[in-house]
Design a protein around this ligand. Structure first.
Ligand SMILES: Cc1cc2nc3c(=O)[nH]c(=O)nc-3n(C[C@H](O)[C@H](O)[C@H](O)COP(=O)(O)OP(=O)(O)OC[C@H]3O[C@@H](n4cnc5c(N)ncnc54)[C@H](O)[C@@H]3O)c2cc1C
Length: 388
């Protein structure tokens, strides 16, 4: 047993949905014992920041660089929460320049992408820092035990509650469980966790909880978009051609251009030491395949720089890169859910003492931070009076 404690609540996952949920839960349940288990080294999940050990001083947001709220007008819960984050100065309005590159690589200023419609917000720290600030704001007495670098591979449930087992054999007990990820509910767990049955299915056999059967059925139809992100740690004197000085600058590629270069968007990220980092996102199947099958990663990286230079060849704002820029590549097996979303009515099962949150639930924010935050707020409201 990792500890003798039986937690009132265990949370699996340390992404933004987990942090929003835990923060709100703690605010209303200050006496409860909460544990949070995360396979990564820190908080943030898919909206986190790579603090490079190799290249000192660099902090690049390698998942989601910011977030947008497409619709909070009709949703008071979400609106109030965003206002709270603004008041606490954890976030600010993101008024960075967003360009759309059209077929001729010319610039158009518009805001039509799924990631930029509505109001855009920026973390006042890094994206990992945002998750940290959110959770720490209500963890003042350190009520949460954090278990990082811990991968849950097995779950058991009986009338006393939950027993979780990590890959290293550590055991965790709790009365209630929150899954702020759907890995343990989804068929991709079989390969990733090297198990022969979906862990939640194993814990709750078929026909014993209708809600769990339904949620698993919905997830059968949910797939995930793979992505690559290229993190470019530019050479010493790399800068813009103009005097732009805001923290971020975005370039989105329109369809034909995305097809031609394999890039989806390019985000320039000004660092505290004034260096200019670049994160290139790709969801292009051809480019991802050519990365997987590349015999020599260096040759592949040269191709990325070549494409970048070609794309910005005539651009009045962006300088070309040299071929000795340092690049690291992040492969996201499951960057965003797609296909069927899960109804919010299935978010909590009283019978199985388990709740779920994340970007995989239905609504405007499906597949984005907006959905992660909203589902966490709704879940907290649902269980507030239950877990006493
Ligand atoms: C490259 C990229 C770009 C994106 N761009 C945008 C954008 O511009 N705007 C936007 O709104 N959204 C964007 N997204 C999506 C956004 O990042 C996600 O919607 C959001 O971060 C999801 O948060 P979450 O808390 O729901 O899930 P996650 O961040 O996935 O958190 C779940 C956590 O659970 C952990 N975990 C899973 N299984 C286990 C286990 N068995 N044991 C222990 N830990 C486990 C994971 O490590 C993870 O940290 C992007 C995503 C990617 C990858």
């Amino acid at each position: 047993m990792k500890s003798d404690v039986t937690y009132d609540l265990l949370i699996i996952g340390g992404g933004i949905s987990s942090c929003v949920f835990a923060s709100k839960y703690l605010k209303n349940n200050i006496t409860k014992k909460v544990g949070l288990i995360e396979i990564g080294r820190g908080l943030g999940g898919r909206s986190s920041t790579r603090i490079s050990k190799k290249y000192e001083g660099w902090k690049l947001n390698h998942g989601s660089p910011n977030f947008n709220i497409s619709n909070s007008k009709n949703n008071l819960l979400l609106k109030r929460y965003i206002d709270e984050l603004l008041e606490n100065k954890y976030i600010k309005i993101d008024d960075s320049e967003i360009f759309f590159l059209n077929e001729d690589s010319n610039l158009e200023i518009q805001k039509i992408s799924e990631f930029s419609c509505g109001v855009n917000y920026l973390s006042s720290d890094s994206m990992s820092g945002l998750s940290k600030m959110i959770i720490e704001s209500n963890n003042l007495k350190e009520e949460i035990d954090f278990f990082f670098e811990t991968l849950i591979v097995d779950m058991k449930f009986n009338d006393k509650g939950w027993l979780l087992t990590s890959k290293n054999g550590d055991k965790f007990k709790s009365k209630y469980l929150i899954c702020a990820t759907n890995l343990l509910l989804h068929k991709r767990s079989l390969k990733i966790l090297n198990v022969n049955q979906i862990p939640l299915r194993k814990a709750i056999p078929i026909n014993s909880d209708k809600k769990i059967d339904l949620i698993l059925n919905f997830l059968e139809e949910q797939t995930f978009i793979p992505r690559l992100t290229f993190l470019i740690y530019t050479n010493k004197n790399y800068s813009y051609k103009d005097n732009y000085s805001k923290k971020l600058r975005y370039f989105y590629l329109k369809n034909n251009l995305e097809k031609k270069y394999g890039f989806e968007r390019i985000i320039f990220q000004l660092q505290d030491n004034n260096k200019l980092g670049i994160v290139v996102h790709s969801k292009n199947a051809e480019l991802i395949d050519s990365y997987i099958s590349a015999k020599d990663e260096e040759v592949f990286k040269q191709k990325i720089i070549k494409n970048f230079n070609k794309l910005f060849e005539e651009n009045s704002l962006i300088h070309k890169l040299t071929f000795d820029e340092k690049i690291s590549i992040m492969k996201w097996r499951a960057s965003q859910p797609s296909g069927l979303s899960v109804p919010l009515s299935l978010q909590f099962s009283r019978k199985s003492k388990i709740g779920f949150c994340g970007d995989w639930f239905e609504g405007n924010g499906f597949g984005r931070i907006e959905g992660s935050i909203l589902s966490a707020l709704i879940l907290e409201k649902k269980i507030k009076d239950l877990i006493k």
